[in-house]
Design a protein around this ligand. Structure first.
Ligand code: NI
Length: 188
């Protein structure tokens, strides 16, 4: 089992749009395997490649540990594109392995249709609702450089300023390997 350090709020790769994958080689398969290990070790149900510092449009989801979703299979989404969002929206409390100890209600469409490629680079299409739609949208956002804390109201954003700053400075206690802190004064 190989655990990859998880990038934290403030790391620049979390703000970038990820590059498309052109071929699924051994290195890509190894990355995906390591992402599953890293996600499960951290008790996560979704993880995007930029959360392990890799610039590739890949995310993984496994919600089978959540009550009521035991039958759900682990999934890999390569070069995903959400092609339809439902008009109905719901609020749900989200968290993120890159934003430890912060959980907030986020409003999102209740269901989505997502086009993506599997590990054989075969095009797939999935109609997702409930928790699956929620996780897919959260991870898809990661690949566009968007974090769930961007989607809360202004009052909540204000309240999150100090805790997010602590994460940037690594003044946090996290039970899984995380990326090293950088001197933000030197980052232009
Ligand atoms: Ni996340």
């Amino acid at each position: 089992m190989k655990l990859l350090p998880v990038t934290m709020y403030g790391d620049r790769i979390l703000r970038k749009k990820m590059d498309k994958v052109k071929e699924v080689d051994n290195e890509t398969i190894e990355l995906i395997t390591n992402m599953f290990d890293t996600m499960r070790n951290a008790s996560g149900i979704g993880l995007a490649a930029n959360q392990v510092g890799v610039n590739k449009a890949i995310f993984i989801v496994d919600i089978s540990l959540v009550e009521g979703y035991e039958e759900s299979k682990p999934m890999v989404f390569i070069n995903p594109e959400i092609v339809k969002y439902s008009e109905e929206k719901t609020f749900f409390e989200e968290g993120c392995l890159s934003i430890p100890d912060i959980r907030e209600d986020v409003e999102r469409p209740e269901s989505v249709i997502i086009k993506y490629y599997d590990t054989d680079l075969k095009e797939q299409i999935l109609d997702a609702d409930n928790l699956m739609a929620r996780v897919i949208q959260h991870e898809y956002d990661h690949l566009q450089g968007i974090l769930f804390t961007d989607l809360v109201d202004d009052e909540t954003k204000k309240r999150l300023k100090a805790p997010l700053k602590r994460i940037k400075k690594r003044k946090i206690d996290v039970a899984y390997p995380i990326s090293e802190t950088v001197d933000y004064q030197l980052v232009m």
